[in-house]
Design a protein around this ligand. Sequence first.
Ligand SMILES: Cc1cc2nc3c(=O)[nH]c(=O)nc-3n(C[C@H](O)[C@H](O)[C@H](O)COP(=O)(O)OP(=O)(O)OC[C@H]3O[C@@H](n4cnc5c(N)ncnc54)[C@H](O)[C@@H]3O)c2cc1C
Length: 856
Amino acid sequence: MKSHVKAVVIGGGVVGCSVLYHLARAGWTDIMLIERSELTSGSSWHAAGGFHTLNGDPNVAKLQAYTVQLYKELEELSGQSCSLHLTGGVMLADTPERMDFLRLAHAKGRYLGMDTELITPSEAKAMFPLMDETHFVGAMWDPVEGHLDPSGTTIAYSKAAKKLGAEIVLRNPVKELTQGSDGIWNVVTEQGTVKAEHVVNCGGLWAREIGRMVGLELPVLAMEHMYLLTEPMPEVEAFNRQTGREMVGVLDFKGEIYTRQERNGILLGTYEKACKPWSPVETPWDFGHELLAPDLDRIAPSLELGFKHFPGIANAGIKQVINGPFTFAPDGNPLVGPVQGLTNFWCACGVMAGFSQGGGVGLSLSNWMVNGDPGFDVWGMDVARFGEWASLRYTNAKVRENYSRRFSIRFPNEELPAARPAQTTPLYDTMLANNAVMGDSWGLETPLWFAPKGTEPKDIVSFRRSNDFGPIGEEARAVRTSVGVTEIANFAKYEVTGTGCEAFLNRLMTNRMPKEGRLVLTPMLNQFGRLIGDFTIAHAGNDRFMIWGSSAAAKYHMRWFEKHLPKDGSVRIHRFDQTLVGLSIAGPKAQALLQKLADVDVSTKAFRFMDFREMAVGGAPCMVNRITYTGDLGYEIWMQPAYQRLVYHAIKQAGEEFGLVDFGMRALLSMRLEKNFPTWFRELRPIYGPFEGAMDRFVKMDKNDFVGRDAAAKELEAGPKLRRVSFVVDALDADVMGDEPIWAKTATDYGTVEKPHGYGAPRFDEKGRETRVSAADEGASSIRGIVDGDWRVVGWVTSGGYAHFVEKSMAQGYVPAALAGDESEGLFEIEILGQRRPARITTEPPFDPSGERMRN
Ligand SMILES: Cc1cc2nc3c(=O)[nH]c(=O)nc-3n(C[C@H](O)[C@H](O)[C@H](O)COP(=O)(O)OP(=O)(O)OC[C@H]3O[C@@H](n4cnc5c(N)ncnc54)[C@H](O)[C@@H]3O)c2cc1C
């Protein structure tokens, strides 16, 4: 065993081996994987080995597609078979809502390069004859699904890594991790200490315990999971004989069941409601290549439903029941990346679908370690997406919720109840008394909308307009015609101080820093000129700046800020979280309202648009920004939590004469739509450049050098390929939700949309025989599915909804820059729930295009 290496990867499951392979492939060969026991000694060896590309987050879906594509290459490189079975799979919908969900997923696939197809239950049955099609209303076919040998695949990664020069040390538990003052890690193992610049936690079932070695409580929990294997089934053998092919994989949303052929029998797994965490506090170190005792009673309700939906399986003999643990993060996606507050400590854990995601996790993490950037938009699996509130108990409740609804639909207006409330502001009870429907905003209870008195404050979940539509409209109209108040505690807030703070911010941000008492809006770029932040910054005087940004990105941004802090201690940065809370008042009467509460002159002359002041509001010390996300006259008022009730009640009382209303996040988001304002993580993400994101006026190329400037200059010189635009959509009863494809009537191939790969759904005759082997046999071109007559998919929606005050359904999204200024009618269509609806670009915001309302 070497004593010094560049990086130590802890854990030889599929994820650790993939990370090792990808690091070696990226050129870091002085690396070592240390495994406690033998390779695959955690959850990897007893996995069902299924893989698929579909994921709710399109960026994670892309990485899953990469994983699946990698296997062939891996087999060639390593000389080790993964026993790949690319059977394809069907997802079965039992209700119209689930069919809507599949339509959405299918539509998304159009620009992700996925070649899914919507099919009938009978077509699904032709591929999996053991089902009773009468329980279903439709299905989606995905050709890029299948299964493999989990151990063989893990070994294949390890062999490929070794061929590239990586070292693997087995039967050697890592006992302790310490870091010297030079930043070098001491990896203390049973066989001695290894010094490493970087440490990667790929501990799988023990990832939490490895985290604890460095003082972290990672939000990871293992769950027991069961699948059963049947005896050989004559029906399966007959199908194989008749069709010459394997039965496809099947996912049954209603039953939370997956099933597929395994040898000449069937494998069936369940995500049961009565799910059970395994080792909820501490994973035993002596747990080896073991299985847990099966508990068929626990999965009996799922099996009952399964046998109803798949009667062909009901009579088969059960050969074996596998019960094994594997880990989940609270939202079911992996935890990947560098940990904020530590140097060179990386995570690749909480990977619940190692055989769908392992390759993408390894690729993005190795990019991140070697090049300083993951190279993909990995927000959906970034370890920074959970705050300190994601404690052991929070994780336990959320993981159980997530497990038990693994295949359930998450509606766009659906808030999940587990582990809530996690954090509240002092106004929580007041908001409940006001009949607020609350939502979870990065662990904080936040009012979404206010239900009319006498009605239950509850969302009716739907893909279409729902019971919040009327009340949100009332809130938005009241703000636009008079004044409203809303809580804005769910922003991230930071204070940057010290003699070097202005230079520090000028180096990180694309805009010039404001003069004292003023605000600016500014994006932040990474070294590749991609958008990694969007902030409001105030110059508070005396080497002090205040920053507001996206709360979900608080740790993500802190990690970046800390990485760039000067070493001389001339800059300090503090993240407030809920030790600073806020209220926003907005609408034409907002100034008159503030004047009643302030002891200083707040007229437009004295307190201009984009001014910042520290002043008492209702007698409480506050910081006030003259800006709001409504795009109206208005203010953001920030205070310590101890003052929030005082300020809120003062606002309510003083606002009575103006007919002040409470409004929630959804009205706020509706109002920003009619101003064409973007949102972080929807319109603005690390896959876009600042000019693509239409942030031109906030990027000052002639100021000092800033991170990402050279890359931004290149984007500017070449002209952005894509451009963010706003649309007015001729919608019916459903508005866009995000990720819908944008079609244009154009003969030009803009080349911005990935072309689908793989094959179309095989067709079968009435005897179940395949009538077409692949789309290629039909001469289908690689752009099948994205061109339809004169129309082609040219982009995608990032977000949207109903803009209540201007009474228009609106969407924002990205299209080729050449089309971005074309406001012609009849040029665009946006696919909403499978229906293409006419849409028109609106370059000017429909509400107050001149911005007079904000400024006066
Ligand atoms: C019943 C079942 C069915 C499943 N089906 C599927 C499926 O169909 N498809 C799919 O994609 N996934 C499936 N999974 C999930 C899959 O198994 C996991 O996603 C995957 O195994 C995670 O791999 P890992 O490398 O992160 O963790 P693990 O496999 O747990 O590996 C972690 C490794 O780290 C080592 N380690 C831990 N601590 C130390 C230490 N201190 N020092 C040295 N080494 C250490 C362990 O010994 C272990 O070998 C299933 C899981 C189960 C239980």
